[in-house]
Ligand binder design. Structure first.
Ligand SMILES: Cc1cc2nc3c(=O)[nH]c(=O)nc-3n(C[C@H](O)[C@H](O)[C@H](O)COP(=O)(O)OP(=O)(O)OC[C@H]3O[C@@H](n4cnc5c(N)ncnc54)[C@H](O)[C@@H]3O)c2cc1C
Length: 272
């Protein structure tokens, strides 16, 4: 168990032990995996004492969230509804508050569950992930970061330093709707909508191995709903013990219509 005090120390350890090491952020996913022997890393690198990572700020047109920032810290930020309304809508749906008290935003992104709300937000907002190794730092678009279910383009010697959620304009509308079997369960399907005039971005979580994002131009809600109905009938949708593909297609339509309506009606005091 390593408890480094700085990013530099973390990167030194990752350089030496990357293949056999796992970053321990909030531990809300990793610890249960270790308890069930699904993961048994030789080295654990705890982020708790690396205070540089425990910060978030609005910089270069984005909300930049450091790897140590817990979901509840960001949820409790009094500016969240103004700066990133989509995240404010989503947090109550991420597990339960005791899990959000420990779980980090970047830990969820690192885990890359296609039903995770943070993954859906990052993809729908067109965000990015900043990674660092001893030799380089790079920023990767969310669309290139998530490769599949629980798969990302992170190299074993890289630390996710932060995730960046781009700010939108004052006129942007946001909508979010989700269905899960019980409160706090992962989404069966979740839909996020970002509207800028006639341009609509629609993200679907839980439907396949990665979040699916579509950008369309439409001048009425009816037109957007029509697009969503077509997508729900035509795109690849997974079938698993959680839900049939038929249920998922149905949820895409119904939740999609709800989120579109919310984005259309959205009246936030949004500040970029
Ligand atoms: C009962 C339960 C219900 C849940 N429901 C939901 C839900 O509805 N929606 C949802 O989105 N999530 C849900 N979660 C997951 C929760 O949000 C976790 O907190 C989150 O997925 C992982 O965050 P963490 O900080 O605890 O990461 P950890 O558990 O510490 O790490 C998770 C993985 O990411 C890697 N990792 C973490 N941080 C970094 C980093 N900076 N750089 C590189 N790799 C890193 C770790 O090595 C590990 O492989 C649930 C969890 C539980 C236990």
């Amino acid at each position: 168990m390593h408890r480094p005090n700085s990013i530099r120390e973390i990167l030194d350890i990752l350089e030496l032990h990357g293949e056999d090491a796992r970053i321990l952020a909030g531990g809300q996913t990793l610890v249960p995996m270790m308890a069930m022997r699904v993961a048994s890393p030789a080295h654990l690198i705890d982020l708790a004492l690396a205070h540089e990572l425990h910060q978030f700020d609005v910089t270069k047109g984005a909300l930049r969230v450091g790897a140590g920032v817990t979901q509840s810290t960001l949820e409790g930020w009094d500016q969240l509804a103004l700066k990133q309304p989509l995240l404010e809508m989503m947090f109550p749906w991420v597990a339960h508050s005791p899990i959000r008290n420990r779980g980090t935003v970047c830990g969820s992104i690192a885990h890359a569950d296609p039903s995770a709300e943070m993954v859906l937000a990052l993809m729908t907002l067109g965000g990015s992930v900043t990674l660092a190794s001893k030799k380089r730092e790079r920023t990767v678009n969310a669309a290139d970061f998530f490769l599949g279910a629980l798969q990302t383009s992170r190299e074993p010697n890289e630390l996710i330093v932060s995730a960046e959620f781009p700010m939108q304009s004052a006129e942007t509308g946001f909508g979010f709707a989700e269905y899960g079997y019980r409160h706090g369960d992962f989404a069966v399907v979740a839909v996020a909508v970002v509207r800028n005039g006639k341009s609509w971005t629609i993200g679907f979580g839980g439907v396949d191995d990665t979040v699916k994002v579509f950008r369309i131009e439409a001048s009425s809600i009816g037109e957007v709903d029509e697009h969503i109905n077509k997508l729900a009938s035509t795109i690849e949708v997974r079938e698993d013990p959680t839900a049939t593909s038929g249920l998922r297609r149905h949820l895409m339509r119904t939740l999609g219509a709800r989120a579109v309506n919310q984005a259309f009606e959205f009246k936030g005091n949004y500040q970029s």
